[in-house]
Design a protein around this ligand. Sequence first.
Ligand SMILES: NC(=O)c1ccc[n+]([C@@H]2O[C@H](COP(=O)([O-])OP(=O)(O)OC[C@H]3O[C@@H](n4cnc5c(N)ncnc54)[C@H](OP(=O)(O)O)[C@@H]3O)[C@@H](O)[C@H]2O)c1
Length: 311
Amino acid sequence: MKAVVINHYGNSDVLEDTEITKPTPEPNQVLVEVFATSINPIDWKVREGYMKEVIPFEFPIILGWDVAGKIVAVGDKVKNYQVGDEVFARPANTNKGTYAEYTLVDEDLLAKKPTTITFEEAASIPLAGLTAWQSLLDVAKLQEGEKVLIQAGAGGVGSLAIQIAKHVGAYVATTASKENEDYVKALGADLFINYKTEDFENIVKDFDVVFDMMGGEILDRGITVLKPGGRIVTIAGQPNQALADQYQVKAYSYWLEPNGKQLQEMADLLDKEIIKPQVNHTFSFSASGIKEAHDLSATHHAKGKIVIKMK
Ligand SMILES: NC(=O)c1ccc[n+]([C@@H]2O[C@H](COP(=O)([O-])OP(=O)(O)OC[C@H]3O[C@@H](n4cnc5c(N)ncnc54)[C@H](OP(=O)(O)O)[C@@H]3O)[C@@H](O)[C@H]2O)c1
């Protein structure tokens, strides 16, 4: 099968087209023909070698951890899926990712693809969507009527987080550049803050929750806008515990867990158009297409999600 791999760490020129053997599912796995995958910042962070201590994958590495496609083979112990099912998933963390014509997914990480959206749209959801879902609902336990500040609301995670927070019934403030003001408001944001001209801590105060995807000093500043008892969740670093204690808030660093059951709950919301996929950039399935996609993601200014279309 065709795959795009890296044989060593480096800039986006290390992405290579190759042919490898089609994998065979373990008893608890299915083999998915990949119709679309998406790009997440973790892809180019692994490619650069930034993650090698935390995720020591062996080469060659197939990057990519989002898939939408059709099941073409099932393992002996798979109970709830069959050949022909249209599915999407955030597969397990392995060095055999989704930049390939076929990929393996554990049954418990699968969800049925929403029928009302395309494969490209479905591929844009799992990693970013589960991250937003788990951070806001499982970790921060965001409640109806609460106020949440979502940093980087125009990005892959942020654009889904705004919609999830609005679905819960929260008041949403978000940071983005002026170019994305209309975009984040259309997603449901109640308050837009232009991070290039305004300091968010001068505008929002006594918030219940902050969802941080920036880390560093922005993460520290986020702590200061919470009321006592508030919660901050970051997916981009480690919170300053002393500062959190000073402001009497709970601070969490979070890494998503692939989860088919939660993804199925999101699929229902996608089918009902309560959450809308945010595909704004599409590239072809080839080393050169994925190189362009990585370079765009690494600018930190992609809008919504970047998708790779296979079929
Ligand atoms: N821990 C985990 O499990 C996990 C999971 C997913 C992602 N992450 C991490 O979370 C981060 C965000 O991921 P993502 O997929 O959402 O990235 P992304 O799509 O690449 O984010 C791009 C967005 O960031 C915005 N942005 C850039 N600088 C900003 C600033 N100073 N203030 C506010 N917004 C700013 C941009 O808006 P403008 O163009 O308007 O500037 C752009 O829309 C990445 O570092 C990623 O690695 C972690």
